[in-house]
Design a protein around this ligand. Sequence first.
Ligand code: EPZ
Length: 449
Amino acid sequence: MPQEAENIWAKKASPSPSSEIKPQKSGLDKIRIVGGKRLEGIIPISGAKNAALKLMCAALLTDKSLHLENMPNGLRDIQSQTELMEHMGCVIARERDLMAINAGRITKPEAPYDLVRKMRTGILVLGPLLARFGEVKVSLPGGCAIGSRPIDLHLKGLEAMGAQIKIEQGYIYASAPEGLKGTTINFPKVSVGATENLMMAATLADGTTILNNAAREPEIINLGECLIAMGAKIKGLGTPEITIKGVKELHGAAHDVIPDRIETGTWMIAACLTGGTLRLKNAQLDHLTALVAPLQEAGLNIEQSERDIIVSRNGQPLTGIDITTEPYPGFPTDLQAQFMTMLTLCEGAGMVTETIFENRFMHVPELCRMGANIKTQGNSAIIRGVTGLKGAEVMATDLRASVALVLAALVAEGETTINRIYHLDRGYENIVEKLNNCGADIKRVPPES
Ligand code: EPZ
């Protein structure tokens, strides 16, 4: 265990609320950007939010401590997950990008509505808690701006492993008095969350579980490797067939969160749009292969230099490209809005087809208010390039739509005000500072200004 991790744990002598650096600012704040500045400089890439949240859930599988390194700092989603786990009785210590979690004194394996509704990952405590305690009560997560986001695959998978599940008054009551049993689960569609929930549950099940048509995202490999470090027996990570041989118990471990590939991709697109050169520190290009080819085709030079990625525009006009979102290794839905923003300024036209979430075009009307020419039909959008965007007052509607508006504002003529930046705080660490350091004219202002 790294000494630094030991130290923060030693400081945390008694269970008290975590020392996570809480987001101090109001989610109702606005971001104001004056466009037209070329981005030049270095952006440190944070640990991946969508890996970190699941790694925190893995800590629920053992009464020993899990130490996570390269955790993103100050994100609202991480704070909400921390509150949820502390509510259950976990002790969580935090210092810079280190987090130590001990779930040895869980008093209530319960996830109440108020804590789950803020962040859908709350549902991912279901598998680990059920596997370890045999009984759990978790609030249904409810709908979400980008789609209805059902959890049927999570529940059917647990039922196939012997769980009894009933839903009453918005809560899932799950029990497995005899323990979960290994089985073969054939997912009818690829789901990141269901793969993660069932993989965690299966680590403590009796016998072997096979997950067919499993998700292959780097975040799943990161989670699986953490579980292996905790003593789990898992094969096939990164393939559509994951095999988990249940063990009696898991132990503590220290594990690194992978760099955030969606943040990395967002800044690659920013370089393409603004025309500057960015060095993205501690970033992994091999997690972004589906983005690299279209960005190169559009006109971006991309180079991996040890642990950094260097991106710069090739000086030619942006070319229109068609993309379709797909499960990994296909084009990520979480970069669709940002890519569409780039296409608004291309020569000719590009088409974006969204196949993962049914309602993920909410950035379209906002981009059109800034002068973009976009027509949607069903799950496709045709983007006809315009010569320039114009600053406007716009509204952030979900995390990636929000950052897409930031990108648009960076190249728009004049000033853009992005209202209700709550969503950006959920997933982008120090966004204002990172962009300011590269020459952007961006500031955060209170809601009344
Ligand atoms: C994860 O969500 C990510 N969230 C999402 O990122 C990401 O967009 C998504 O995977 C796809 O890559 C986190 O990791 C916290 P899914 P998840 O289960 O796990 C359907 C962001 O911006 N489905 O792979 O909830 C579902 O409705 C967020 O950071 C079912 O039908 O996504 C969707 O159409 C947004 N039944 C598709 O599968 C189920 O039981 C894929 O969803 C589960 C999912």
